[in-house]
Design a protein around this ligand. Sequence first.
Ligand SMILES: Nc1nc2c(c(=O)[nH]1)N[C@H]1C(S)=C(S)[C@@H](COP(=O)(O)OP(=O)(O)OC[C@H]3O[C@@H](n4cnc5c(N)ncnc54)[C@H](O)[C@@H]3O)O[C@H]1N2
Ligand code: MOO
Length: 409
Amino acid sequence: MRPVAEHAAVVAALLGPTGTESVALADARGRVLAADLTSPVALPPFANSAMDGYAVRAADLVGTPVTLPVVEDVPAGRVDGPPLAPGTVHRIMTGAPLPEGADAVVQVEWTDGGLPGATVTIERAVGSGQSVRTAGDDVVAGQVVLTAGTVLGAAQIGLAAAVGAPELSVHRRPRVLVLSTGSELVAPGEPLRHGQIHESNGPMLAAAVDDAGGVSRLLRFVPDDVGEFLTTLDAALAEPTDLVVTSGGVSAGAYEVVKDAFSRRGIEFTKVAMQPGMPQGAGRYRADGATGDPGADVAVVTLPGNPVSSLVSFEVFVRPALRRAAGHPEPDRPRVRARVSEDLHSPAGRRQFRRGRLDAVTGTVAPVGGAGSHLLAALAQADCLLVVPAEVTEVAAGSDVEVWLLDTP
Ligand SMILES: Nc1nc2c(c(=O)[nH]1)N[C@H]1C(S)=C(S)[C@@H](COP(=O)(O)OP(=O)(O)OC[C@H]3O[C@@H](n4cnc5c(N)ncnc54)[C@H](O)[C@@H]3O)O[C@H]1N2
Ligand code: MOO
């Protein structure tokens, strides 16, 4: 059997970097920045008030209380910049530019609130610089504020907007076609006859693709019919696609549609030393009718049909490959170690991925559900995967195990 790391490398090698594109800030969340972002402006761009109050010369406030004329009103957004003459003050609001000649702001609570055109009595003296935010405090003009490879979240998008960038150069998201196979499948919402089940891998894998930073396109599932499988796939590949992910039809049965369709078409099928997720396939496929352009080849990963096998092998092989292709600085799930709450048994020679729930406070991880790869309800309860190395068959309760943290919505 092929070691997990070796198959992961085979899958990763199928996907090159996706290239870059420009996106509006509104579409940038979760994307990976492709180029350093340099600020053309300082932040703040000008010295401004940190408080609602009065712009003053600190030197005018010796011997408080003092009463001074209030000459101008300077709300935030006033752009004509009236200077401050000695022995006077301007009323000023938070974020308004500090007038030339002023060196401090007295907050309104320390005054009688005198209006422009009248006087104000100031109760407390302030030092030079009090309640003033100086230009360039946060960012100087020409500074790199976000480096290539940064994953864009709320704060990073806010910063990009603040330095005046309406759009950002990001790595393009990989486009992934998801196709499930199985003659037993019916769409959710349709009644089941004996022997039929609702198709669940398609929506699950499409969600996993999007979650990994890809753009999924979910095709309607196909029965165990090689002709129908290839016709459906070839038609869908008329649209640009970076990766095809199939589920089902790859093990040892008499009707293995994916294996039958692909084994002479460039996809290699193999057994990977893991549980669940043993039967796997990967390679490059050229759609029938495609031109001689070598770019017409598309990467293919064929996942096993058992729902838990499908999602676990997506986690192990596809998710990191998609994230790496999209320039993500951390393609893998965060990994920690935790004490397992009960004994585990794992088959010899296969790395086992059990589903678990982690108590981060006590550092304990509890398996949810058994090892069976049909136990989708337990998978839906899990927030992590517990990893038992291939050479280990027994893990005693209380032992340390590796844990991969999954996202919990
Ligand atoms: N003789 C052997 N039998 C099996 C072997 C083996 O080595 N020798 N491997 C087993 C393992 S391990 C796995 S995993 C499965 C993988 O089988 P396939 O990838 O061929 O998947 P199917 O047979 O099509 O389906 C397996 C299982 O999953 C259900 N399924 C399939 N697709 C969906 C879907 N889209 N939504 C929901 N459920 C789905 C399907 O009904 C089956 O119950 O093979 C073992 N057998
Ligand atoms: O590989 Mo299968 O997933 O063990 O059930």
